[in-house]
Design a binder for this molecule. Structure first.
Ligand SMILES: O=C(O)CCC(=O)C(=O)O
Length: 270
């Protein structure tokens, strides 16, 4: 993966991403726009049962134990126009393309993580690509847009700088303990997590192999995030045994990840 400086991020931000595996906070949405996305997320959560069939996934452990497990679902862009618009927003797509070093960018999927006040749920430390190994080569990226001011009290995102160079670690269940991954780290890995406080409307962007997670919400405030995941335009299916996402058409092994559900959001394939 290469990175170029021609784009919305500064050279220093591009260098920070290359060094640490994440960058941010960066400004993305205005206060008014954040309210619209927050309302969209609240609306989907309120009508989750109605939307369940259209969403790619609603976290099973959350469905079974909503008082313990973080609310997490994939595919909000399929059920709410405001979430759909976010996926194509150049303020979201351009920095992601810049950091991947690509001129064409493909949408992979979106996600929502929502922690109500005083909720014990955590997001265990993980690498995103551990969930995405059915697509390769790894040329994927994640933008996490905070919809509420997030700090250590309400469980902001944390990253392990440099962990994007540790290779691929095992995939853990979503309801695993926060630090479960620590038993799986490579020899000599330096565990030095940093919490990244972010204001509502700001985002962080992280590499597909950067370890990240978040603690529970100990505050009176909500902590919600809308996440957009993208990939380079040439990523292919390496396991076509089933659809990549529930409800998506079956793409055979070797096929480009492409089609209506995986649109190019920037540029065109060379
Ligand atoms: O918002 C969180 O706590 C987790 C987000 C996450 O895993 C991601 O953005 O990839």
């Amino acid at each position: 993966m290469s990175s170029c400086a021609a784009g919305p991020l500064s050279l220093a931000q591009v260098a920070a991403f290359a060094r640490d595996g994440f960058v941010g906070p960066i400004d993305v949405l205005t206060a008014t726009e954040v309210v619209a996305v927050r309302n969209a997320v609240a609306d989907v959560i309120f009508h989750l049962d109605r939307h369940r069939a259209q969403l790619y996934e609603v976290e099973q452990a959350f469905t079974e134990r909503p008082g313990e497990v973080v609310c997490h679902f994939l595919g909000g862009w399929r059920v709410h126009p405001v979430l759909r618009e976010l996926v194509f927003d150049p303020r979201v797509t351009r920095p992601c393309a810049q950091l991947l070093g690509v001129t064409a960018l493909r949408f992979w999927h979106d996600q929502v993580f929502a922690k109500p006040p005083h909720h014990p749920g955590v997001v265990p430390w993980h690498q995103d690509y551990s969930y995405w190994t059915r697509t390769a080569p790894p040329c994927h990226i994640t933008l996490n847009l905070m919809l509420d001011d997030a700090d250590e009290q309400n469980g902001c995102l944390q990253f392990v700088p440099g962990s994007h160079r540790w290779g691929l670690l095992p995939k853990l269940p979503f309801d695993a303990p926060l630090e479960a991954i620590r038993a799986q780290l490579p020899a000599g890995a330096k565990w030095n997590p940093v919490a990244v406080p972010v204001r509502a409307g700001q985002a962080t962007i992280h590499h597909s192999h950067t370890l990240h997670g978040s603690d529970c919400n100990r505050s009176e405030r909500w902590r919600r995030a809308a996440v957009c995941n993208y990939m380079g335009p040439d990523v292919r299916v390496v396991d076509g045994a089933g659809p990549l996402l529930r409800g998506a058409p079956l793409l055979p092994t070797g096929a480009l990840v492409a089609g209506e559900l995986f649109p190019l959001v920037l540029g065109a394939r060379a």
